[in-house]
Write a protein of this length. Structure first.
Length: 462
């Protein structure tokens, strides 16, 4: 005689029979977790052919890791589980079966056919998000690492001793700082040192060079992008430098190159302590200390109306002037010696001390590119000449000849050096004409801003 349970099992089998094409395998067990039925597909998965010999066996004897008993005993379904059969991965659903009084009479399980490919888009998205996260974590910890402290900033001149005091003080107070100085005077280094001396030192230090980022990307770079802000944009939100620098320090290099429209948004952010990603009207709070830097005469720009006065006051809470190298003659020897040691270590060669004449020759130079130019000159000497020491002649080979000597100089047949000299002088001219504005100078030279930047770095100039 057939019981209610038998009827229900028969109904379940009939139902599964109707969707046979969509499932890889199906299993029915009774309330003692004994096998009632396996579908053809399930038998194949198990490597069996004879259903009759399996019916009535406890499910674990046939499928050792089966979780059907759990479902029968708890009455809780497992709507989605991923299991492995040999080398196949299946998405399995297990449901309890009940009679009309609600009592459990067994359980049913089925694996959706080709279910794993259905999962692939989700798995890939998860994978993408995980790798994004780990890239961001890496970037975070790299940025968080303190690169320079005040001790790295070399200089025994009174101007530099005063600077070291100011940087430490700036670290303590936590207000906005404006670093003023020519290119290559160590503004970025100073910003690192302030961060390292502040209570934010274990939080991120994030730098952005306003002049080096194309104008149309600046806003997104600063404030981030809301998910799907523009067609084709990533659907996930992209954090801006403000969000990345949360609780840390944001270094805004070449702030004088910031377009006026963005200056307004930056001011709002600083006033409200909230950022609004591009394409979103939902501001979020950020706690960021700002250190801005510029090699341009910001006060003059305010007068000329190219830099907002209110933003200037907001940033100029603690102005720190970084003296150009030509005003720190006493430091040239110290810096050149240190750069010689660093270059030797980087090239894996013996250190070449500088002769007194070489130092004197370096001290006569005007250093438009400041400390970066000096570091570059020393490195070029290592590349272009041999010898146990750095002689005045090595310096002269690398530095442009002083004006009075130029007339007597032998014709220079070194094409690369001549091209470099021409490039340098045209770049210096374009920068001077553009009042230090790199955007404008690049346009005058017919270069992209990033190429101009690369050349400025290459030649250690501004
Ligand atoms: N006082 C110093 N002691 C040691 N190294 C220095 C000093 N000042 C600058 N440097 C070195 O000179 C190079 C230029 O410094 P940095 O990038 O900080 O200058 P900057 O003023 O920010 O330049 P820019 O405005 O062109 O970006 C760096 O390699 C830095 O390590």
């Amino acid at each position: 005689m057939t019981t209610i349970a038998d009827e229900r099992f028969a109904a379940a089998r009939a139902l599964l029979g109707m969707v046979e094409g969509m499932i890889d395998g199906a299993t029915l067990v009774d309330r003692e977790s004994r096998v009632v039925w396996f579908s053809e597909g399930q038998l194949a998965l198990l490597g069996k052919t004879d259903l009759a010999e399996l019916v009535g066996q406890e499910i674990e004897r046939v499928i050792p890791h089966s979780r059907m008993r759990e479902v029968v005993e708890t009455g809780h379904p497992h709507p989605l589980d991923i299991i492995q059969y040999g080398d196949r991965w299946l998405l399995v659903t297990r449901l309890p079966l009940r009679d009309e009084t609600g009592a459990i009479i067994g359980a049913i399980a089925f694996a959706l056919k080709d279910s794993i490919p259905y999962l692939r888009p989700i798995a890939e998205r998860l994978h993408q998000m995980q790798s994004r996260l780990s890239r961001m974590e890496q970037a975070f910890s790299a940025k968080r690492a303190v690169r320079f402290t005040a001790e790295h900033i070399l200089g025994a001149s009174p101007a530099m001793r005063q600077l070291a005091r100011l940087l430490r003080r700036a670290g303590e107070v936590g207000s906005a700082v404006l670093l003023l100085g020519e290119t290559g005077t160590g503004k970025e280094m100073a910003a690192h040192a302030i961060h390292a001396a502040s209570k934010r030192m274990s939080r991120p230090f994030v730098a952005i060079n306003v002049a080096a980022v194309p104008e149309n990307l600046l806003e997104a770079e600063f404030f981030g992008v809301a998910p799907g802000a523009f067609t084709g944009a990533a659907r996930q939100p992209r954090p801006g430098k403000f969000q990345i620098a949360h609780e840390g320090t944001l270094f805004l290099d070449e702030i004088g190159d910031m377009p006026l429209a963005l200056q307004a948004k930056l001011l709002r952010t600083l006033q409200d302590g909230e950022v609004e990603p591009v394409g979103s009207n939902q501001p979020s709070r950020v706690d960021v200390r700002i250190i801005a830097a510029t090699s341009r005469p910001l006060a003059d720009m305010v007068r000329a109306g190219t830099f907002r006065q209110d933003l200037y006051y907001r940033l100029n809470v603690l102005p720190i002037h970084l003296p150009p190298l030509r005003e720190r003659a006493g430091d040239v020897e110290l810096l050149a010696t240190r750069f010689s040691e660093q270059t030797a270590a980087a090239f894996g060669v013996a250190v070449r001390p500088l002769t007194a004449a070489a130092v004197a020759r370096l001290e006569r130079h005007d250093w438009p590119g400041n400390v970066r130019e000096l570091a570059n000159v020393i490195e070029q000497i290592y590349v272009r000449s041999d010898g146990a020491r750095i002689e005045a002649s090595h310096v002269a080979d690398v530095l442009p000849a002083p004006p009075e000597a130029a007339a007597e100089a032998a014709p220079d047949l070194d094409l690369a050096a001549a091209v470099a000299r021409l490039e340098r002088s045209m770049m210096a001219e374009a920068l001077a004409q553009a009042g230090g504005n790199k955007r404008e100078a690049a346009a005058r030279l017919g270069l992209s801003r990033s190429s101009l930047y690369a050349k400025i770095r290459q030649y250690g100039m501004g």
